[in-house]
Design a protein around this ligand. Structure first.
Ligand SMILES: [Zn+2]
Length: 462
């Protein structure tokens, strides 16, 4: 068996690992490259292995950098099953059509305004490709073995990163009867954060693929809720509107949970919160409904008939005409919109409108990847290009960094520490290269491992 790194090798997006047996092949994750143009261009490159020859896909979770290449894979002739957990399936029904919509919309907008280098600008995939991908989804419950082909099977383990997120344990038997098991961490979630159950500890395996997004640092020890409440109060003092770019899935729900608690504890006043993200609204419903994934505190709230991710002052704006009405608000309100790194979606319209006015506040609540507008804004750039137009940045741009769906360095070590067996091969994936090098050093110091950091296109023989 051999595994080829087709994404998230020395970078944080595009997760795709192709496992090839003699006659079969499976893709673990099928993500889009995001961030800088040099990465996004990789989405246009043909796969080194024909899509119609890939037998199946196994998804760790619904995030687009792990699932968003599916429509393009289908467009290239992939026709096998796509396995995922039931909550991931629910999220993908929302996320994939939205990704297609953004692709088509951006291409249309670029063509209308004539700012694309490519004429005409094309979408990476279309709505019909996303629908095709959705037809291939097959739900597999957590902790249940699913056969891929005779001699190879996998199961999902809860990873707590977002709703439905899993690690993939893949077990394969060679002709000689020797078994090997591979463990893909997917994105590791955090311990002690609201809403979802905690990650299940890594049990040990022959081969380990471990993510390393935060492999060289820890999240601040300060309480994220009080940091957020401080920024919200400061934003209200400035007198304008508070814009919070947030990923529709997970970050938005965690944010709503914390804002709800801050209001209950009188840390912030009861102000209107507008959730201006159709996807965020649907994800909030899915988070509410998937009660089997809720942690103890969340269940306690529900037993008291309180939904902490739907605070009483929350208003939602699913349609674009409702969204446009938010432009008339001039202060004393929070607008949460996607995307979280300001790479696309309705948030761009809010930023375009609100950034030039020093009364307004923009609060980023998560990791901002290299090359994104979010990164440029938190690094203090004085103007920023949105839809081809230069916008002056006079609003206060703040960052609350305690909120993250990713385990930090210590949590990754904790997640790995309860194993019953040491892996003989460790691949550090899904991280920026300098971070990965530091994390690999830490793994060898803590556990005596000799991790490798595979690059895009590298193959590992098992
Ligand atoms: Zn993720």
């Amino acid at each position: 068996m051999e595994i080829t790194i087709l994404g998230a090798g020395r970078c944080v997006t595009g997760s795709k690992y192709l496992i090839k047996w003699k006659k079969r092949s499976t893709l673990v994750d099928c993500g889009l490259f995001q961030g800088p143009a040099s990465h996004r261009q990789l989405n246009w490159k043909p796969l080194p292995h024909p899509a119609h020859d890939i037998d199946s896909v196994v998804l760790t979770h619904a995030h687009i950098d792990h699932s968003g290449y599916l429509p393009r894979l289908c467009r290239q002739g992939f026709s096998g099953p796509v396995y995922c957990t039931p909550p991931t399936l629910g999220l993908l029904r929302v996320l994939l059509p939205d990704a297609a919509y953004i692709q088509e919309e951006e291409a249309r907008y670029a063509n209308r305004k004539g700012y694309s280098k490519h004429k005409p600008a094309l979408p990476l995939f279309k709505m019909k490709d996303a629908r095709e991908a959705l037809k291939k989804l097959q739900p597999v419950s957590f902790d249940t073995w699913q056969e891929l082909h005779p001699g190879a099977r996998f199961r999902f383990h809860r990873q707590g990163h977002i709703l439905g997120a899993a690690a993939v344990e893949l077990d394969s038997k060679s002709r000689g009867g020797e078994r090997k098991n591979l463990y893909f961490s997917g994105d590791v979630g955090r311990y002690g954060v609201p809403i979802l159950k905690e990650p299940e500890a890594y049990p040990g395996s022959d081969v380990l693929f471990v993510e390393s997004t935060y492999g060289n640092r820890n999240h601040p020890a300060e309480d994220a809720r009080s940091l957020l409440a401080d920024e919200v109060r400061a934003g209200l003092d400035r007198g304008g509107v508070i814009i919070i770019p947030a990923f529709a899935v997970d970050r938005t729900q965690e944010l709503l949970y914390l804002l709800h608690e801050s209001m209950v504890e009188n840390e912030i006043p009861q102000i209107p919160i507008w959730l201006d993200s159709p996807m965020g609204i649907e994800a909030t419903t899915l988070y509410t409904r998937n009660t089997a994934e809720h942690d103890v505190e969340m269940r306690q709230y529900f037993s008291e008939q309180v939904n902490p991710i739907f605070p009483p002052t929350l208003r939602v704006t699913p349609t674009s005409s409702e969204s446009r009405k938010l432009n008339g608000i001039d202060g004393g309100a929070i607008i949460i919109s996607a995307s979280g790194m300001a790479t696309g979606g309705r948030i761009l319209h809010h930023l375009k409108l609100r950034l030039p006015d020093p009364k307004n506040t923009v609060i980023f609540v998560g990791y901002q990847a290299n090359g994104t507008k979010g990164r440029r804004l938190v690094e203090g750039e004085s103007e920023i290009k949105i839809h081809g137009e230069w916008i002056p940045v006079r609003a206060a741009v703040r960052q609350v960094s305690g909120l993250s769906a990713h385990a930090d360095a210590d949590e990754l070590i904790m997640w790995l520490s309860r194993r019953e067996k040491d892996p003989s091969t460790v691949c550090v994936i899904h991280g920026e290269y300098d971070v990965q090098q530091e994390f690999a050093t830490r793994l060898s110091e803590e556990f005596g491992w000799q991790p490798i950091i595979p690059d895009l296109g590298d193959t590992i023989q098992v």
